[in-house]
Design a protein around this ligand. Structure first.
Ligand SMILES: [Zn+2]
Length: 312
């Protein structure tokens, strides 16, 4: 099976659930940042849930950012998610000290901590929800977030299994939400299904030769699969966008890069891709910023001349 995300419903539409397989995209994150297993596990769990949250967004222009700020050695975890289920993200301090290598994810993240979700819904202000981390193992923290911040009773199961060589064996997540009109009997039905659920990585491994649709159909008698889409670790950066960033750097700093370093390497936080800019390319960017500055100054002087003088 390739990485994919399934949306489904059951109990006559009064429960909605999402399952994703993220084995390959967690591996890509680990390879891009050369992550040790503990960091890969923590980031992988957040990526797996983020992909599902991205797919819950309503329009193609929306996106969301997850920030997990703990007090453990990892520092923070930042993940962006998009409506097509694609994700990108990083760990602030991914390299682990020898004594931290075998710590569980909850201690790598470190309590107390917060989980912040910021949604760019293409409105004037972004929407943001913050909750305290519950146990730092990610699944329960997100279940608490959904229930408290989004007022939707939610169960979350997530897992990442990595072997001793740093190869991701299985990764994925399940997010199950009760609709407001669910009856008590349906809620206890869901609790029954969840209590019998195997760990997420075991499920992903078990169904890896078939499909996630089958896993979804095995959860409830009346499961209806709504969608099944491919997902990936995908960054939105490019050399062009990075050049745009360089145009916002101070001219003095640009001159330093040209005269002292004779070029610049700019690395994207979110995917670790490095873009090289030659001395000539930097000179071009500097010339553009000088031109923009001159135009802005000219515009400002016009505005000043045109301003009515209140004393006159
Ligand atoms: Zn990038």
């Amino acid at each position: 099976m390739k990485d994919q995300l399934v949306k489904a419903m059951a109990l006559d539409g009064r429960v909605r659930f999402y399952i994703d397989r993220t084995t390959d995209l967690v591996q890509e994150a680990m390879d891009r940042f050369d992550l040790p297993n503990g960091s890969g596990d923590a980031l992988g769990r957040v990526l797996s849930i983020a992909s599902i949250m991205g797919s819950m967004l309503k329009s193609e222009q929306e996106m969301l950012t997850i920030n997990i700020l703990g007090t453990g050695p990892l520092g923070s975890i930042v993940v962006d998610a998009y409506p097509n289920g694609n994700v990108r993200g990083f760990v602030a301090n991914p390299k682990l000290a020898p004594e931290d290598v075998h710590l569980p994810v909850s201690e790598l993240i470190g309590l107390p901590g917060t989980l912040i979700v910021t949604k760019d819904l293409q409105m004037e202000d972004n929407w943001s929800g913050t909750v305290e981390l519950q146990n730092g193992e990610i699944g329960q923290d997100f279940a608490y977030y959904f229930t408290l911040s989004e007022q939707t009773p939610t169960a979350v199961s997530v897992g990442v299994k990595i072997d001793e060589n740093g190869v991701v064996q299985a990764a994925g997540a399940l997010v199950l939400q009760m609709m407001p009109d669910a009856t008590d009997a349906e809620i206890s039905m869901c609790e029954h299904v969840l209590s019998g659920l195997k760990p997420m990585t075991e499920l992903i491994e078990h169904y890896d030769d078939s499909s996630l649709d089958l896993l979804a159909e095995d959860l409830f008698e009346d499961t209806v699969v709504l969608e099944n889409n491919p997902i990936a670790f995908k960054c939105t950066c490019s050399k062009e966008k990075t050049a745009g960033l360089l145009r916002t750097v101070s001219q003095g700093h640009l001159k330093e890069m040209i005269e002292e370093d004779h070029g610049a390497d700019v690395t994207c936080n979110f995917c670790n891709e490095t873009y090289h800019f030659s001395e000539d390319e930097l000179k071009e960017i500097l010339a553009e910023t000088e031109k923009n500055l001159a135009e802005t100054e000219e515009l400002e002087s016009h505005v000043a001349e045109d301003s009515p003088n209140p004393a006159a």
